[in-house]
Design a protein around this ligand. Structure first.
Ligand code: ZN
Length: 160
């Protein structure tokens, strides 16, 4: 069976950046399961998987526009550190939930100076070209209930 809309796909993957640093892999989380054609995964990876079959192994480099988008400078803000009054020690890399115009988003502290803290609301992978190595492990028809819920059920998916 080949990957097409409404198939459930299970993949093993390794994700690296331009510097060839490992960002994520199924060695840590187990295989990734998703329903093809529903925007469950980034568009570039979904496109690269179209038509593949079990056992296929391939590499795909995906531009930011087909991954997590370009970095949006408007999502970076510098705030007085007094706004973080409830937090003992602000450090680079800390993440907070912040109320924004787009709802609640995760922001990451990118710089801390005497009285000023810079936070970045971009996705950590925004602006990056992503390099995937993928092996297709399983392809099957999605059940009606999975399509309705928008996610995979079973061993590598949701348990209700
Ligand atoms: Zn469900």
């Amino acid at each position: 069976m080949h990957i097409r809309e409404n198939t459930v796909v299970l993949i093993d993957y390794r994700l690296t950046n331009d510097a060839e640093e490992l960002i994520d892999s199924s060695d840590e989380h187990g295989p990734l399961g998703y329903i093809h054609g529903h925007g469950n995964i980034i568009p570039g990876l979904e496109q690269a998987l179209e038509g593949r079959a079990v056992g296929d192994n391939f590499k795909a480099s995906i531009e930011p526009s087909m991954a997590y988008g370009e970095k949006n400078p408007a999502l970076t803000q510098t705030l007085p550190s007094s706004m973080f009054g409830g937090v003992d020690q602000i450090a680079v890399g800390m993440q907070f939930h912040a109320q924004t115009d787009h709802g609640v988003e995760v922001v990451t502290v990118t710089s801390v100076e005497a009285e000023q803290v810079t936070i970045d609301g971009n996705h950590p992978l925004a602006g990056q070209t992503l390099h995937f190595e993928v092996t297709v492990r399983e392809v099957r028809e999605a059940q009606a209930e999975e399509i309705e819920h928008g996610h995979v059920h079973g061993e590598h998916g949701h348990h209700h």
